[in-house]
Design a protein around this ligand. Sequence first.
Ligand code: 5GP
Ligand code: MG
Length: 179
Amino acid sequence: MSIVKIKDKTFQTSISEAEIKQRIKELAKQVSHDMEGKNPLFLGVLNGSFIFAADLMREMTIPCEISFVKLASYQGTTSTGKVKEVIGINENLTGRSVIIVEDIVDTGATMKQMVESLGTRNPASIDICTLFVKPDKLKEPLDIKYAAFSIPNDFIVGYGLDYDQQGRNLKEIFTLVEE
Ligand code: 5GP
Ligand code: MG
């Protein structure tokens, strides 16, 4: 087990790089099967999903496209509850099979808002594909079609996820150690 210190906090490894890669491969296989012939448009939610989106895309075996939106709701280790759109969507979504690619679904507020806002652009379908979900914290009724890992209510970093913008480069997932 390895320990990292980021700013004032200590984290320890909880999910290995190999486990992450394996689950993403399985997820991509499932999405490739479900979306055959549909040329899905992945919509990655920046910043947290950039590594997951890149790895997921590379494991896809059908034609697909990708774009990104930038939202922000977190400050430090707690959600502010308010979701801001920092970079919007330029693509025409009419008739498209859209798959939102998210790093982690916590309260579900971000995904709820995104599904509602995308729904007004006449897509053929909207599905959620997230690397992590914290089922005990979900406040919104959300249909999460693809989730790689269900995790406890702890704060995690690594593999794109940050603590105060740090730690995104870590190859494994690290969990906050409560002091
Ligand atoms: P929600 O709107 O579902 O409450 O929050 C979703 C966003 O909060 C995620 O996209 C992610 O950016 C951030 N978030 C939630 N939980 C964690 C966590 O454990 N670690 C990190 N680094 N970010 C988190
Ligand atoms: Mg996110």
